[in-house]
Write a protein that binds this ligand. Sequence first.
Ligand SMILES: Nc1ncnc2c1ncn2[C@@H]1O[C@H](COP(=O)(O)OP(=O)(O)OP(=O)(O)O)[C@@H](O)[C@H]1O
Ligand SMILES: [Mg+2]
Length: 268
Amino acid sequence: MNETQLENNYKLTSKYLDVTYINNKTGTEVVALQNINLDINEGEFICIVGPSGCGKTTFLNTVAGLLKPSGGEILLDNEKVEGPGDDRAMVFQTPSLFPWRTVMDNVMFGIEIQKRVSTETKKQAQEYINMVGLNGYERHYPHELSGGMQQRVNLARALTVDPSLLLLDEPFSALDAQTREFMQKELLRIWSETQKTSIFITHQIDEAVYLADRVFVFGARPGRVVDIVDVNIPRPRDLNIKRDPVFLQLIDHIWSIIEKESTKQGFE
Ligand SMILES: Nc1ncnc2c1ncn2[C@@H]1O[C@H](COP(=O)(O)OP(=O)(O)OP(=O)(O)O)[C@@H](O)[C@H]1O
Ligand SMILES: [Mg+2]
């Protein structure tokens, strides 16, 4: 074990992380992330917010092992992330379901890839289908479901592989306002039942504060952490906490940081 891999108690650590994209044709470089240092505790719910292009997706993809750091490293359970693995599951902005597979077969997809199909894993899949509220829809096809229901299938699929880290990149952004709020509440319920460490990207500050234990605010050009905001609002959280003065203060605080960052970027 080298010096950078000394044991710590964190679930995930990002150390001096730099990610640069290089255009193979022109050779031009885009520094997407520079010197990201952060720690995430086991079971924590983290939200990342920040202006468009500040590297949120890049960070998540690096944690997922889909992108290689150009400098620094990501440690998951004290092990350096070298590539994708079964210990991490992603939920994307648009439900990436197979239209020709039923709900159950979509949920079982990750398990099939892992060659772990058994009575036990099927039972697990059914439990997660129930947990996301889709009991009775197992034999339906994606086109027979609403957008919110499709995102629930995505979530059930991610949970069924039993990852130790759940990565969510704007999973609710395609939903209407009402469905979105409902899904936020549902996600918190599911999270409190599963206790999975989660990293959730969103553009909506109120969504971030409602869901998170801590909100990481990223700034752009180059992407970096400009603030870490503790959300000391007790759980379980009802949707009406969104009208609470403490909640609104946190929103104001985060907004002012993002506004400053966006102005720097020329996004006025
Ligand atoms: N494949 C790529 N090749 C080159 N540059 C890229 C690539 N993907 C992203 N970038 C650049 O890296 C920066 C960060 O992009 P990223 O998608 O991580 O931002 P983001 O914070 O997720 O943005 P959004 O909020 O719009 O989703 C941007 O400047 C973007 O143009
Ligand atoms: Mg993104």
